[in-house]
Design a protein around this ligand. Sequence first.
Ligand code: TRP
Length: 378
Amino acid sequence: MKKNVPKNGEVVKNTPHVIRWIEDFRGKVWDRVVTCLTGMRPSGRLHLGHYKWALENWIALQNNPNIKNNFLIADYQVLGDHLWDTERLRASVIDMVIDWLAVGLDPKKSNFVVQSYVPEFAELFNLLTMFTPYSVATNNPTLKDEMKKIENRGEGENSFVSLWFINYPVSQVADIMLPYGEIVPVWEDQIPHIELARKIIKKVNTMYGTDFPLPLAMISETPRLVWTDGSDKMSKSLGNTIYLTATLKEITAWVNSMYTDPGKTNVQAKWNLEKHVVFKYLDIFYKDKAHLEDLKKRYVEWWEHSVGDGEVKKLLIKVLDELIAPIREQREYYKNNMDLVISSIAEWSQNVRNMGQDLLSELKEKMWILDYGREFRR
Ligand code: TRP
């Protein structure tokens, strides 16, 4: 039976359910095999933000022999608030799988799981809703935010919050629990869902004497990516993004449209590089930190060193193209070899189905919903 909390993981004060992504995570932190589950909604093509927030970390997890990884394609979850959009969603599933393969995720090393292919998720979800007080389910800041967004869609028939939607965090608890998930790499907005998971699973364990692991959220240290104008996080629903499929031409146009420094309007003002979108991206994506610091220094003292926006943008274009070009190429490869993508998609979920059946029969046995005739049989 699995133990609850992994031993030497760095635990942040007052939030024992959250681990920060730690640099020395690779290899030495865990002293046994730890199960990881994380997922993505297939709702469109993936962009740089997905790469930095998620995929890059997932690849590091995949390369860690102490971690058993499950990567979920959350097709039911996205359907839950896009009922009218089935045709596009269908294409998004395949698109997302191709993106995953192109960045180096490998279904031979990690379980790829399609949510709708695993009916055990739905069965566990059904049981877990019984353990969830209504007040706990609805008092979830992320859910509340998302409900508001749906309501703001206007008067149309797509602007209603469905019962399923209110329940989606519970469905996410089933996603995590079914393969005995212990660490859940997610963006910060998902932390309330992990807290919910711990509450529900703890309740199951205390009521029925089970020992299912209480999951930890694993939070990436990567700062949010901003729009080219410097505002808000980069989001696929908002346009203004750079996809993992971008051509050099698209990358160039995108970087050139970036807002640089408000200090520009006032030469006297101390230039605030924190607001300089190009430098913000270089901070995240450019590995040669010494060169970057030097460049920043020379940029701020531009009257002596003549480093202008042109030079900085050119560097960012190069850095991003070096990152995206191999992904683009791999993507082409998979697009031309679709049988590699689709031939095994149905099989990928089988491992998780098997684990799920184990978990469900244990839980149902404990809940006495197995074999009602048992007591009468001789
Ligand atoms: N809600 C996640 C997202 O929007 C996707 C997801 C579904 C997920 N099930 C999960 C993430 C379970 C972590 C664990 O990207």
